[in-house]
Design a protein around this ligand. Structure first.
Ligand code: DAU
Length: 335
């Protein structure tokens, strides 16, 4: 099988490429990536030189580059991991989110339609559903996005639905809870807090710290996308969740403990604008129809993640400078 993965140099895309090359010795992968700030060619050093792996630099919103990738590689399947994903950045400056998450998705749908590609898997988020006080979002929950990021992802997902209904373009949409694990750019809460503590810095906890997130380990997410890639039905939507909910404060306390720190390292800072209180996602459909279950508990996954950041300082220390520092300066001045 020939798989075109967009955004393959980012956290989730690179984990998926490693997973596919390891799990399926006959599959070929083209990584099509714009190499934005959050991408890191070092994520895939081990794939370099593998004859089943190719890289092409390109932007999914660029029609010509997308056409070139499809025409030259002729994929059987496309996995769209390319996205601007960080909520706080979307609050500061939404434009890139609209370009990649809406226009980029449109360009991929057009290319899949033009080339008669077998399937497009759109990797999306539970944030399109908004915030939920009790219970969990199902695949039928209405979209109520609250940040420019989630609104842009919702726009892309709506286009996927429209292309299926209007043109029968074979697209499958996933909505996932928060993912974490090795190689995650240190702006997301888990790697930010771990790396800050390893540097002896405090961790900025937003608001009262009682917002709730559901966490899935990256390897479990890869296995879920594997099931959807092979057996997910065109036109369908699948939620990917773990059932492992935690408040940000509990999460912070766990990271403090794993890194040998205490609550004095928490810096309670001003809340995020429009901060969704709770996300929870019902993954019954994925379990019942495609036989998938998460395998890694949050306790195990978090411990493995802390260990990875401890053992791989050379990967993340250089990332926390330059553009990263500029972003944090803006982030705290503007809030
Ligand atoms: O739910 C899936 C989504 O999870 C993905 O679609 C997004 O791309 C991804 O960024 C993530 O969104 P969140 O906003 O939930 O993730 P983040 O790591 O930014 O924040 C997680 C929680 O931690 C959230 O309630 C805000 C809080 N937080 C975050 C940061 C960066 C803090 O308290 N302090 C921080 O410095």
């Amino acid at each position: 099988m020939k798989i075109l993965i967009t955004g393959g140099s980012g956290f989730m895309g690179s984990n998926m490429i490693r997973y596919l090359l390891r799990t399926y010795p006959e599959y070929e992968v083209l990584n099509f990536d714009k190499l934005t700030y959050a991408a890191n060619p070092n994520n895939l050093i081990e794939a370099d030189g593998n004859p089943r792996y190719q890289f092409m630099k390109g932007d999914i919103a660029d029609e010509i580059a997308v056409e070139e990738a499809f025409a030259n590689f002729n994929p059987d399947v496309v996995l769209n991991y390319a996205a601007e994903t960080h909520v706080d950045r979307s609050i500061l400056d939404p434009k890139a989110f609209l370009m990649t998450d809406v226009v980029g998705t449109y360009q991929l749908l057009e290319a899949v339609k033009r080339h008669g590609t077998g399937k497009l898997v759109q990797i999306s988020t539970d944030e399109v559903f908004g915030s939920i006080e009790t219970g969990a979002f199902t695949e039928k929950s209405p979209f109520e996005p609250n940040s420019p990021y989630s609104a842009a992802k919702a726009g892309g997902d709506h286009l996927c639905r429209a292309y299926w209904v209007t043109y029968q373009t074979p697209v499958v949409v996933t909505h996932s809870c928060n993912f974490y694990g090795p190689y995650q750019y240190p702006e997301k809460v888990i790697p930010l807090f771990i790396t800050n503590l390893l540097e002896g810095k405090k961790v900025p906890l937003y608001g009262d710290g009682l917002n709730v997130r559901e966490w899935i380990y990256t390897e479990d997410h890869c296995r879920a996308v594997d099931r959807i890639l092979h057996d997910g039905k065109a036109g369908e939507i699948y939620n990917i969740g773990s059932g492992e909910e935690t408040t940000n404060l509990d999460l912070t306390n766990k990271i403090l403990e794993l890194t040998g720190n205490n609550e004095s390292m928490i810096d309670y800072v001003k809340d995020r604008a429009g901060h969704d209180r709770r996300y929870a996602i019902d993954h019954t459909k994925l379990s019942n129809e495609l036989g998938w279950e998460p395998k890694t508990s949050f306790t195990e996954g978090l411990a493995a993640t802390v260990k990875w950041y401890l053992d791989n300082k050379e990967w993340w220390v250089p990332l926390k400078s330059g553009e990263y520092e500029d972003y944090y300066q803006k982030q705290y001045v503007d809030r």
